[in-house]
Design a protein around this ligand. Structure first.
Ligand SMILES: *[C@@H]1O[C@H](CO)[C@@H](O)[C@H](O)[C@H]1NC(C)=O
Ligand SMILES: *[C@@H]1O[C@H](CO)[C@@H](O)[C@H](O)[C@H]1NC(C)=O
Ligand SMILES: *[C@@H]1O[C@H](CO)[C@@H](O)[C@H](O)[C@H]1NC(C)=O
Length: 419
């Protein structure tokens, strides 16, 4: 075989080097994509384990991120993920109560006095619930269970109550990353009767939903593709479970669109807190609408609407937080928020859960961290009764040193709040 001359050889060698380099970059790219797919199929949505262990009754969390620093685990990724975004906070003493009859992710909950009505949600990625479980805060038991209308969405619902009637709007219909429905219902919790309401103009995923000034407001959420943030805001007049108008009215668009936010009305003001832009989407062509991961941006933003009907920006949360639509309670003129998800891990790009209890004091408009949960958890369902803060359901972390999501839980915990 003839040898090429020297200069050619040099050129040839550097070209080969370039090719090898490019191949490495491509392999790295493929590895990253595989990691993404793996993350989407294992750490978030597949590999769900039904939680049926019974841990000890009182859990006092290790609350100091410092305790992970000298971990024997030398993997720097794990070190980063162990501490990423946890805020140091006081210990809270959590008491474990009766577990819900089923585990739930992306369910919904509404408290009416001493009862917590818990709706829908994924049991596993391939199975969604279509019933309501009721928890009684007076005797601390799970009691009644009744079916939802079969046309009602199973996750990513908008939901609010006036103290007797629960209004339920839109959401995802079915398991995995299936499409949404615009169908909308009202439940009379006394008579246990469901009624239809006019469908939303177009369906949404996890829109901010509240009753305000005699009208049911629905805003933001994700559009029909589950991913693109929606800015639209509609309202319709309602009273005592009845709709007083034929159609939804267009209202001032929300400043920033997206799903999974807390939406709270206190003292004639409407607050929209946290949430995100983007979400998992159905894999194109997948017959089961298999979920695949997409870019997400988590918000720390807080917006408020008052009688002027203009959005005003308020002080941001201590850190970005999403998946908190039913994870709040109003306590002594403060909004208390429990768990959620924060910015993804900077290196592994995995979803990072939140394990703090936050407080927004409406008198001072200041945020604080009240304390730590027994573990990090998202889409948890919260109630507050006679000094006790309760949370149940959602998807918890992999352990104290790994904030990525794993088990879908049915457990319920409570802690005494004091402020
Ligand atoms: C971690 O180990 C180093 C060296 O062994 C030590 O100097 C440091 O104080 C330890 N930190 C903690 C938080 O225990
Ligand atoms: C809740 O529990 C209390 C105490 O046992 C009971 O009196 C009340 O009827 C219960 N409420 C419902 C709706 O079951
Ligand atoms: C709320 O305020 C009341 C009256 O001041 C007080 O008794 C109660 O402990 C407060 N609740 C919390 C959770 O701090």
């Amino acid at each position: 075989m003839a040898r090429p001359n020297n200069s050619n050889n040099t050129k040839h060698t550097s070209t080969s080097k370039l090719i090898i380099l490019l191949a490495c970059v491509a392999l790295l790219g493929i590895a990253l994509i595989v990691d993404f797919l793996w993350a989407s199929s294992t750490s978030y949505l597949s590999n769900w384990v039904i939680d049926n262990k019974s841990p000890p009754n009182i859990i006092i969390p290790k609350n100091s991120p410092k305790s992970y620093k000298n971990s024997t685990d030398k993997d720097p990724k794990r070190f980063l993920s162990a501490t990423f975004a946890d805020i140091d906070a006081p210990q809270l003493e959590w008491e474990e109560m009766a577990s819900a009859p089923v585990p739930r992710l992306d369910g919904a909950a509404i408290q009416i006095q001493n009862l917590l009505f818990v709706f829908a949600g994924y049991g596993t990625i391939d199975y969604v619930h279509s019933h309501v479980d009721v928890y009684n805060f007076t005797d601390n038991t799970w009691g009644e269970r009744f079916p939802m209308p079969k046309e009602m969405a199973h996750s990513h619902l908008g939901m609010v109550t006036d103290g007797r009637y629960i209004y339920i709007v839109t959401g995802q219909y079915g398991p995995q990353c299936r499409g949404p429905t615009a169908r909308t219902f009202v439940l009379d919790t006394k008579a246990k009767i469901w009624r239809d309401m006019p469908s939303l103009p177009v369906p949404r995923y996890a829109p901010a939903t509240q009753l305000w000034r005699g009208r049911l407001h629905v805003m933001g959420g994700s559009k029909e593709d589950r991913h693109e943030p929606a800015l639209e805001h509609w309202s319709i007049a309602v009273k005592d479970g009845k709709v007083l108008e034929k159609e939804w009215r267009t209202e001032i668009p929300i400043t920033r669109g997206g799903p999974h936010r807390a939406c709270v009305v206190v003292d004639d003001r409407l607050y929209v807190i946290g949430g995100q832009e983007g979400d998992f989407m159905a894999k194109p062509g997948s017959p089961i609408f298999k979920c695949s991961r997409r870019h997400e941006v988590v918000y720390a933003d807080v917006y408020m609407l008052d009688h002027e009907m203009r959005w005003k920006e308020l002080p941001s949360m201590p850190k970005p937080d999403s998946h908190i639509e039913f994870a709040w309670a109003i306590v002594n003129n403060s909004i208390v928020l429990v768990g959620g998800t924060t910015d993804k891990h900077p290196v592994t790009k995995k979803m990072i859960l939140t394990g703090e209890v936050f407080r927004f004091n409406l008198d001072t408009q200041k945020w604080s961290v009240v304390g730590k949960m027994p573990f990090r958890v998202k889409t948890t369902l919260v109630g507050y009764w006679e000094g006790w803060l309760y949370f149940t359901s959602g998807q918890r972390d992999r352990g104290p040193d790994d904030p990525a999501p794993r088990k879908v839980i049915s457990q319920m915990f409570r802690t005494k709040l004091n402020f």
